[in-house]
Design a protein around this ligand. Structure first.
Ligand SMILES: [Zn+2]
Length: 533
């Protein structure tokens, strides 16, 4: 079934229409700017991936609707100071003495790049490139130092009191005591290099500069005592982060950005600052956060929860994109249990796409997942069948499993399906090894079940059809004739052959296993009647 993009309207189109309206008065042909933000204090994680992916979905919808040129800026906040030592980095002792310095001035704990931020930025780009995202990377530090932000910084200096009046009421927690002397500017101390030990003591808009003192305490570090006057331009000073967000929106003319729900109020404040600077705030949209098994927000600095790479060990990238595509406004537990359903729904979409009229294809999520044609998948095979076959055979040999599957559906050997089939098998084996095999327990049939299994084996042996529905019907016949609900028979098969209480459609499963082998296994299972295991 293919839903046309009008009913229900896919959310990226709803977003794209909001954006269309906002930019409708622009000069024709003006490039529309999408932005995503990255805090390089930790490694790129699934939240980073998700934000870029979702923004890209909106961008594709926008291009589809308008044909207008656009670009996506992936902005790294690498001028931010390092606030704490992340738990998931090597050699924390290399980093610790540099707390409070801009991330581009902290050494690389991995020992491979010029700085902490250079390392994280490279990892981000490699990560995004692997998935073919189209974006332009921007380092905050480079923009500051190259003077790209100068005009905006001078405006902030002129309007410092107005900016203060937006931010000061939002300060909470540990920042509250700083209300009196809170400044939009965070000078980078020219002597000790820290950005969180300085404070602004006077503004000199006429000279484009501020006076500062490096005398505050951050973590276990006290300011070095330096004081003086420095320009706000060319990287000598950064602005506080909500101001920073506004500064880049204003400078790059950002039209659209998504952010986590926890940033709704920050985005509102930043939007007001863009207006103070004389610009138009972007269309913003929030998404809900991902939670780990225990219901905690997935965090880049602790590194808990499922990672992109671990998901990809089991399911294709499209299955992850499909999972991220669904209802971004719903908090989701990102756990391994989500993978099987996501993989099968994704395969189903790939099967439907080519048969769907072009105009209705955007109603299928997989349409959004890449530029141009989606991968083809013309096999009827789904992942749950592959996993059940792995469970029943108890073998973790890709070639053996592929052999069974090719007999069940020769289409998997077709050139367009081969790579996907192989990855589904490899993923099923890994998933079985890591999650399913450890919890599996096989059960021998009871005295009531054993004759049902024998009867089913006889029926299958005596049938010839290669149609899963026909084989399925045999199991209903056996149950009906014995006067038991079909569930009793299915349960005995699943728990006896798969070691789990739920299973695949029996018809498909028998054909995947091969008629003769299915018969032999059912008879052997019946023979274990009452044996306990
Ligand atoms: Zn200092």
């Amino acid at each position: 079934m293919s839903a046309p993009p009008t009913d229900p309207r896919p959310w990226p189109f709803v977003e794209a229409e909001r954006l269309m309206e906002a930019v409708s008065g622009d000069a024709p042909g003006r490039e529309v700017v999408f932005e995503t933000g990255y805090g390089p204090s930790g490694l790129p994680h699934i939240g980073t991936f998700s934000e870029v992916a979702r923004t890209t979905f909106v961008r594709r919808a926008f291009t589809h609707l308008t044909g207008r040129p656009s670009r996506l800026v992936a902005f790294s906040d690498d001028m931010d100071g390092l606030r704490k030592v992340p738990l998931n980095i090597p050699n924390p002792e290399v980093v610790r003495p540099h707390l409070g310095k801009p991330l581009t001035s902290v050494p690389d704990p991995f020992g491979t790049d010029a700085s902490y931020a250079d390392h994280m930025n490279r990892r981000l780009r490699e990560f995004l490139d692997r998935f073919g995202f189209e974006y332009e990377f921007r380092s905050s530090t480079r923009q500051y130092r190259a003077g790209v932000f100068n005009e905006g910084l001078l405006r902030i200096l002129e309007r410092a009191q107005a900016v203060r009046s937006v931010i000061v009421p939002t300060l909470g927690g540990g920042e509250r005591e700083r209300r009196e002397d809170w400044s939009p500017f965070f000078p980078v101390c020219p002597s000790c290099g820290r950005v969180y030990t300085t404070r602004v003591t006077a503004y000199h808009p006429g000279r484009g500069s501020i006076s500062f003192a490096c005398d505050a305490v951050y973590a276990e570090f006290r300011g070095c005592g330096e004081a003086g006057e420095i320009p706000v331009t060319d990287g000598g000073t950064k602005v506080g982060w909500k101001v920073d967000w506004a500064l880049r929106w204003w400078t790059f003319g950002v039209d659209y950005e998504m952010y986590g729900k926890d940033l709704i109020e920050s985005a509102a404040a930043s939007s007001r600052i863009v207006e103070i600077l004389g610009g138009r705030p972007p269309v913003g949209s929030f998404y809900e956060m991902f939670l780990d098994e225990s219901g905690q927000k997935i965090s880049k600095s602790v590194g808990k929860g499922i990672t992109v790479d671990s998901w990809l060990e089991y399911g294709p990238v499209g299955s992850l994109l499909h999972y991220l595509y669904q209802s971004p406004r719903k908090a989701k537990k990102l756990t391994y249990d989500a993978i099987p359903k996501a993989v099968d729904e994704y395969l189903d979409q790939l099967r439907r796409l080519p048969a769907t009229p072009e105009a209705e294809r955007p109603g299928i999520p997989a349409w959004f997942f890449q530029e141009g044609e989606a991968p083809r998948w013309t096999s009827r095979l789904d992942w749950s069948l592959v996993r059940n076959l792995v469970a029943c055979l108890g073998v973790h040999d890709e070639e053996v499993i592929l052999g069974y599957l090719a007999r069940y559906d020769p289409a998997i050997s077709a050139p367009e399906n081969e790579a996907m089939a192989r990855s589904l098998v490899a993923g099923a084996i890994a998933f079985d090894r890591d999650f399913e095999a450890p919890h599996r327990s096989f059960r021998a049939p009871t005295g009531e079940e054993a004759p049902l299994l024998r009867a089913l084996a006889d029926r299958i042996a005596g049938s010839e059809g290669q149609d899963a529905d026909e084989v399925q019907a045999l199991s209903f016949d056996v149950a009906r004739e014995a006067g038991v609900p079909p569930k009793v028979l299915f349960q005995a098969v699943y728990e006896g052959l798969l070691g789990q209480s739920r299973g695949p459609r029996l018809g498909s499963f028998v054909l995947a296993l091969g008629r003769d082998e299915a018969v032999a296994r059912l008879r052997a299972l019946a023979g274990r009647e009452g044996s306990g295991a």
